[in-house]
Write a protein that binds this ligand. Sequence first.
Ligand SMILES: C[S@@+](CC[C@H](N)C(=O)[O-])C[C@H]1O[C@@H](n2cnc3c(N)ncnc32)[C@H](O)[C@@H]1O
Ligand code: SF4
Length: 378
Amino acid sequence: MKEIGLYIHIPFCKKKCYYCDFTSFSGKDNIIDKYIKNLIKELSLYKDLLKDSSIKTIFIGGGTPSHIDGKDIEKVLAFVKENFITINLEEVTIEVNPGTLDLEKANRYKKAGINRISMGVQTLNDQHLKSIGRIHTEKEFYESYNILKTAGFQNINLDFIFGLPDETIEDVEKNLEKIRNIKPAHISYYGLILEKDTYLDKLANKGMLKFPDESEERNMYYLIKNKLKNMGYIHYEISNFALQDKECKHNLLYWNIEAYIGVGISSHSYFKNRRYWNRNNFEDYFLDLDKGIFPIESGEDIHVNIEISEFCIMGLRLTKGIDKSLFKKRFKKDVDYFFKKKIEKHLKNGLLIEDKNFIKLTPKGLDLSNMVEVDFLL
Ligand SMILES: C[S@@+](CC[C@H](N)C(=O)[O-])C[C@H]1O[C@@H](n2cnc3c(N)ncnc32)[C@H](O)[C@@H]1O
Ligand code: SF4
């Protein structure tokens, strides 16, 4: 039986953060009930299509899933369990924000089968939290984190961002020292992306913000990598660090180009060699579901050549590299059959290294990954 991942999008937030361009909205709480009903309608359209698939991971992302009533999350998960094959379900993650949790909600998550939490923190510096428009303080983060611990959650990821306005390497160091004391199972530490037309981008365009320069940013990344490694975290993807066996199984499924279904507005799916994405606004999403049709905006067939390239490029993002035996199992030929000359070129110029099982980027290769990735396009 084919194993798949399920992504469920909850596009509501208490307030929009200044840097964020995810499909998420504040001030639309009046349509949460309608949205949940439609999510369930969309899931029911998949019953037949997924009758031979077993759901291995579920990721409830956003937006801020913890902004809505815990009963709604329970309802959606109960529907999934009643209508799909979940006997092999290993990981159920929900994204939460500090300041949107109480013990009742956390207990409800636990009862509903959620076994992994991903909490957006971004920084533990109150001044920086304010300057990026977060709704919470450092103190509120600890309160929410303790609630999760009291409810019995062990497998917790914390999201951080470096390269924030006015942030110095000493500020990043302070965050890392706090992480040392908290010791969560998993850390995602992203470099800030100044997304077009966000409030932060507009302020930056007016010259009102000062960001760390390129070399400061690179030093921050090296510091994060080294310190987290010293604390016992395994650096398994460019921005992701995990204690032993605590890698995110759902994200690994994306990075290994495996099948997943996404429900909710703007969600993406990759199923039966087709990639497609949903309507990205509520009106069209509700309209399609009223008509009883999939709320799909568009899609494309993924030819095996694209699949091979994506498998390799995503493999290079994983610090262990391209898994040669997995490649052979999946594509029935050695990776050398397609890329021998290109691999040799990068082994010679010191951007790749190879052992019996893996081909991976060297530290120099990580800095110049674009140069290597283009050579894996078929
Ligand atoms: C889907 S978001 C939502 C998580 C959750 N709502 C929260 O904010 O706490 C997942 C993560 O993406 C990261 N992120 C969002 N926008 C970003 C940006 N412009 N640059 C870098 N990281 C970003 C943040 O770390 C965030 O926690
Ligand atoms: S970062 Fe999270 S809380 Fe902030 S706007 Fe984006 S999805 Fe919402």
